[in-house]
Ligand binder design. Structure first.
Ligand SMILES: *Cc1c(COP(=O)(O)O)cnc(C)c1O
Length: 399
């Protein structure tokens, strides 16, 4: 068995780019919040495919949609209409601020579409020379050239210059900094309502409202990247709903297909006029197969009590983690909303993540010191208890 495991990992090392630093396990199966490796060891999954597997692994809802649609039609290109794509667009529009949807394959692509639309709309409606998009420090918008240029993290950008021009960076959660940065070259502000990769940073209550008001006052667009925090992760379908504001453009991906690759860019009617025939496209964007699954996922999130449950379990999880903050001096703070939760430490998180793995728990760490939890939204209280007990065991040996 040991030999087999080494051989999977050795083969990966032989054939694939080394772009990822992976954990030394090869996963073969999953069900609900649990995954199994090739040796038959099981793990409770509090990474959830990085906020992707909202309905858990091997969700019967996903399997059914996949099976049925794969027998009907998998792909025909966007030269033709397909029913699952139209149905998913209807669901997203009827449950959001937006009037229209464009489908791509990933978060980065959704953000590429958003950046292109903001520029094109500005060109069409605001006059010459307005193309700057104000982005946030510590943001994350993807790894394509445009989206890494919009990402406010040196480690993502380093080595790839010249980057795409037209982005300016200001600190998150500080509307004054945006106000200072806006000038007559600005066309939009782009931000994550809660920063995910940036360390689960939740803005203060009135921040998004203030940003919205500022954008309206200056006549510039507001783009929300909800790739990580959208689709129920925070206990509402979209994170911005907590703050009573809407953007002009919103991007989605991660949990939208529960693991099938799909991204979406949503916008208001007025903006959509700037994306006419021939302005933007994607061969695979919104295939019948992927949109049939995403449609089933969205329906389940809306109709099966997933949001209520996410809210309850998130509150319970954070309360239990606050117990750890009280008991251990090196555990600084719990942050989050619904089931995107960060536990900030005063020590490096990497070794703790590895100890969790040894004990059968998958978690992740961002910004070196923030343990991040993104379990499936169907996580059970008992599973949260097991996770926190595991952390407690590890912490108690660190003092
Ligand atoms: C993951 C993520 C992206 C990038 O999505 P990909 O599908 O990896 O391209 C963009 N924005 C945010 C906020 C993300 O969390």
């Amino acid at each position: 068995m040991e030999e087999e495991k080494v051989s999977s990992i050795e083969q990966a090392d032989r054939y694939m780019f080394r772009t990822y630093s992976r954990f030394p396990i090869t996963l073969v199966r999953g069900e609900g919040c649990r995954v199994w490796d090739e040796e038959g060891r099981s793990y409770l999954d509090f990474v959830g495919g990085i906020a992707v597997c909202a309905l858990g692994h091997s969700s019967p809802i996903v399997t059914k949609a996949l099976e049925e649609q794969s027998r009907m039609l998998v792909h025909v290109s966007n030269l033709f209409y397909t029913k699952p794509q139209i149905e998913l667009a209807r669901l997203l529009v009827e449950n959001s601020f937006a009037d229209r949807v464009f489908f791509g394959n990933s978060g980065a692509e959704a953000n590429e579409a958003a950046i292109k639309l903001a520029r094109k709309y500005a060109r069409d409606n605001m006059g010459e020379g307005k193309f700057i998009i104000i982005c946030m420090e510590n943001s994350f918008h993807g790894r394509t050239m445009a989206t890494l240029s919009a990402t406010g993290q040196e480690k993502v950008r380093k080595g790839f210059d010249p980057l795409l021009g037209g982005f300016k960076f200001v600190p998150f959660n500080n509307v004054g900094a945006i106000a200072e940065a806006v000038d007559d070259t600005t066309c939009a502000v782009m931000l994550e309502p809660i920063q995910g990769e940036g360390g689960v940073v939740v803005p203060h209550e009135s921040y998004l409202r203030e940003v919205r008001d500022l954008c309206d006052e200056k006549g510039i667009l507001l783009i929300f990247d909800e790739v990580q925090v959208g689709m129920g992760r925070t206990g509402k379908l979209f994170a911005h709903e907590h703050y009573g504001v809407s953007p002009d453009i919103m991007t989605l991906a991660k949990a939208l297909g529960n693991g099938l690759p799909i991204g979406a860019m949503l916008a208001t009617e007025k903006l959509s006029e700037s994306f006419g025939p021939g302005t933007h496209a994607s061969t695979f964007g919104g295939t019948p197969l992927v949109t049939a699954v995403a449609g089933a996922v969205v329906k389940s999130i809306l109709e099966d009590g997933i949001l209520e449950r996410c809210t309850q379990m998130g509150a319970y999880f954070r309360e239990r983690l606050r117990g750890l903050v009280e008991r251990y001096g090196f555990v600084k703070e719990v942050r989050g909303l619904g089931l995107i939760i960060g536990l900030e430490l005063e020590v490096e998180g990497g070794p703790i993540v590895n100890k969790c793995l040894d004990q059968g728990f998958l978690i992740n760490c961002t910004q070196d010191k923030v343990l991040r939890f993104l379990p499936p939204l169907i996580v059970e209280q008992d599973e949260i208890d097991q996770m926190v007990d595991c952390l407690e065991g590890i912490f108690s040996q660190m003092e």
